[in-house]
Write a protein of this length. Sequence first.
Length: 249
Amino acid sequence: MRRKLAAGNWKMNGTAACLAELGALHKMLPTAPPEVVICPPAPLLFRAHEAARGTGIEIGAQDCHMEASGAFTGDISASLIADTGALYVIVGHSERRDAHEERDRDVRKKAKAAWAAGLTAIICIGETLEDHEANNTLDIIAGQLAGSLPDQMTGTNTVIAYEPIWAIGTGKVPTLEQIVEVHDFIRAKLETRYGADIADMVPLLYGGSVKPDNAATIFQAANVDGALVGGASLKAVDFAPIIQALADS
Ligand code: PEP
């Protein structure tokens, strides 16, 4: 059985006061919850880890530098992230690919840096609206998988998040059929490259406007093992029903 995972990406939102949401979320979790990861802004990582102690909620960062250390003003290494108690780091989010011009090669290096620090990499891929409308989704996904995933991926060091860029923060969501098609395609590509044992273990998350009212539908897809959630992860009252829907799926 593959593990299920609900990850919340707070992006550049919130202050320390928002960490109270972790305690609130804990109180609303199902009795047998899936894995839950909250990725707050970097300055909150350590306090988030403290606030989550005893709740079962894990903490992740939103990005890391590809190098282990050095003259990179303002950047954060994977080992510094691990030092806060975080276990996960998102790499290759489309907002970083876009605003920071990160390419597949950079994402691949960041995933390796994450692993070297003992973190699990949540590697994001996804097509633009233009590519979606031109029916290029599977080609784009194939290219991003080939370029962003290191050869050394195992069944436990990586989570892959499929996030159509046009669905992030827009309220637009692909049809269930489209989600099934892309997730089945990703699983098949992993199997070809890494073999069935590894491919079967890697959780595949869907991300892009997941909300309490659409989560159960999305989780019907056999190869959707969870969600990467932005806006709806900020408030426990919104994130908890998504986690419940995942637990029930
Ligand atoms: C995201 O930022 O990864 C995301 C999926 O955001 P939202 O859920 O707000 O669309």
